[in-house]
Design a protein around this ligand. Structure first.
Ligand SMILES: Nc1ncnc2c1ncn2[C@@H]1O[C@H](COP(=O)(O)OP(=O)(O)O)[C@@H](O)[C@H]1O
Ligand SMILES: [Mg+2]
Length: 213
């Protein structure tokens, strides 16, 4: 078996990479019945801290989720070795990774680029889009911290089209529950399973898993 590798990258810090990585991992496991491993290549280790907090929860967090840390250049090796044992491998990356990030991009089946819906944040995605393009990897932007749960329309859609980028149809709203649930090793899927945040993650995960398949 060879699992699918999803790399989450974006030069800008605070765009939601780690949040998306964790939520996608939980969604793939709980909603799609996939075995999932996560790889933290950010020396800050936020995804690792979330994972550790998750392993201490008593409410049935996936007992078999895999976790590794890796340097930027080690990402390809770690992810490929995990892909032998897991359906889905998710790589979280640091901001400002520059060309060091190539192995994580080159080993991906799909690259996800979280971006807040502002022109400045859009510009920050260019290096990552370019790297994905060079490696001939499909890249999907995920608009994060949007103010409304609206489908992608209008100005933003045009700007993305100009950049030659594809965006997920579902945007993720700016919702406190994303931050608060992660702090406890949880996710919006458990903390507010019937809420809008959970619905957004469910929709985004479905799109992303389809594109990686
Ligand atoms: N959709 C969202 N709604 C509210 N807060 C968010 C959302 N996405 C991310 N955050 C918060 O923004 C901050 C940065 O997110 P994070 O995932 O750590 O970004 P990155 O990994 O790209 O640096 C964190 O405090 C996180 O909890
Ligand atoms: Mg991060």
């Amino acid at each position: 078996m060879t699992g699918k590798i999803i790399t989450i990258a974006q030069q800008k810090g605070g765009s939601g990479k780690t949040t998306l990585a964790a939520h996608l991992a939980v969604a793939a496991a709980r909603l799609h019945g996939k075995t999932v491993a996560i790889v933290d290549t950010d020396p800050q280790g936020s995804l690792g801290r979330w994972f550790m907090a998750r392993t201490e929860r008593s409410d049935g967090a996936e007992p078999d989720m895999g976790f590794r840390t890796a340097s930027a250049w080690g990402a390809r090796y770690e992810a490929q070795s995990l892909a032998k044992d897991y359906d889905i491998v998710i790589i979280d990356t640091p901001p400002k990774m520059g060309v060091d990030g190539r192995p994580a991009i080159e080993t991906a089946d799909v690259v996800l680029i979280p971006v807040s819906p502002s022109p400045v944040d859009l510009w920050a995605t260019e290096p990552t889009l370019e790297m994905a393009g060079d490696a001939k990897k499909p890249a999907i932007m995920v608009l994060n911290r949007a103010n409304t749960r609206a489908r992608l329309t209008g100005e933003m859609a045009l700007a993305l089209k100009d950049m030659g980028a594809t965006a997920a149809r579902t945007m993720i709203g700016n919702r406190v529950i994303f931050a608060s649930s992660m702090g406890h090793g949880s996710s919006v899927l458990e903390a507010q399973s019937k809420g809008l945040a959970a619905q957004e993650i469910c929709d985004v995960a479905e799109e992303v898993l389809k594109s990686a398949a």
